[in-house]
Design a protein around this ligand. Sequence first.
Ligand code: NAD
Length: 359
Amino acid sequence: EEKVRNILITGGAGFIGSNYVNMYTSEENVHVVNLDKLTYAGNLENINVEGNPDYTFVQGDICDKEILKSLFEKYQFQQVIHFAAESHVDNSILDPSAFVETNISGTFNLLQNAHKLWMEKPFVRREGFENTKFLHISTDEVYGTLGKEGLFTEETSYAPNSPYSASKASSDFLVRSYFHTYGLPVLTTNCSNNYGPNQHDEKLIPTIIRTALKEEPIPIYGDGKNVRDWLYVSDHCKGIKLVLQKGRFGETYNIGGRNERENIYIAQKICDILDTLTPRKNKKSYKDLITFVIDRPGHDKRYAIDASKIENELGWKAIENFESGIEKTVKWYLKNIVHERNHSGRRLGNKTTPIDAGN
Ligand code: NAD
């Protein structure tokens, strides 16, 4: 039997990281160390593998060099799967500093530690670290915005427009440079908008569901015609796992579900589902609550991913389309999350942030 490997997962208490930890830890013969700072976005309730002997949680900051040094020394990690980030565009507009710290400096610290542990000197892997991998999770927002036509491919030039996407673009470049300069075995995924269980309250889809259930105005930016390419989180996690298993070092892989939808359609679709599952007392549709609010500055008009590379090279394909995934997601919220008519649920994230319509 294969020896148990120590794997570092960062940001595993957040939305995508927790879905990955829950899926991965139960399937693989690995010991996972989940390093998460537990910012407002992290929540240990997202994780259901607590108590599993192959899982260890460490609360800590990827910007803290001492913690990283001691963890890399103690566990001699074979792999790093890096989710930790400041992830909310609106927060990056209000105050970009944490984005520069965590997304750029934090990623750099991880690269430095992996390099020190795995590489004897440039291009030579240290003995015992032949199967090491560093997987960096990034976003399609690094490519900027699209007009009506076209798709982002792995060849599209970077043109980030928000402090968030600029910080992610910077981290992607650092990861790339560690491959070309030092031969570090890196892989990068650039994914479109995710949705599904455990997503923090502040993001678009949880905001729509939450405000609808509270019978409050459902805020939609601008004219609601901005387009995102939606991917159900478990499809993303399976893509990440495939890239980890079979991806080619130094390559980037776009992950997207070919599910372009306008924001206004998202809101209407969720209202339709809620109208069926939990009708309002006054019998009106939740759609009456949809309210247009002033657009976010620098708001990208359209994102859409060409996922041909991961589909053709690694055999990945999204299982859920938007309509099937959103139905599952709404049902999950109704079952699990605190709202006016269900006080038994839990909250998402460590604190509730003000309502906005970000994604
Ligand atoms: P999230 O905000 O839900 O979770 C981020 C997690 O990282 C939280 O648990 C937080 O506590 C932790 N964290 C933040 N700063 C940290 C630090 N300095 N040290 C250690 N932990 C820290 O984010 P998410 O939506 O799960 O996104 C995960 C990754 O996927 C990010 O890198 C993001 O850029 C990328 N991504 C997200 C989407 C999306 O639609 N959500 C799409 C593409 C890519």
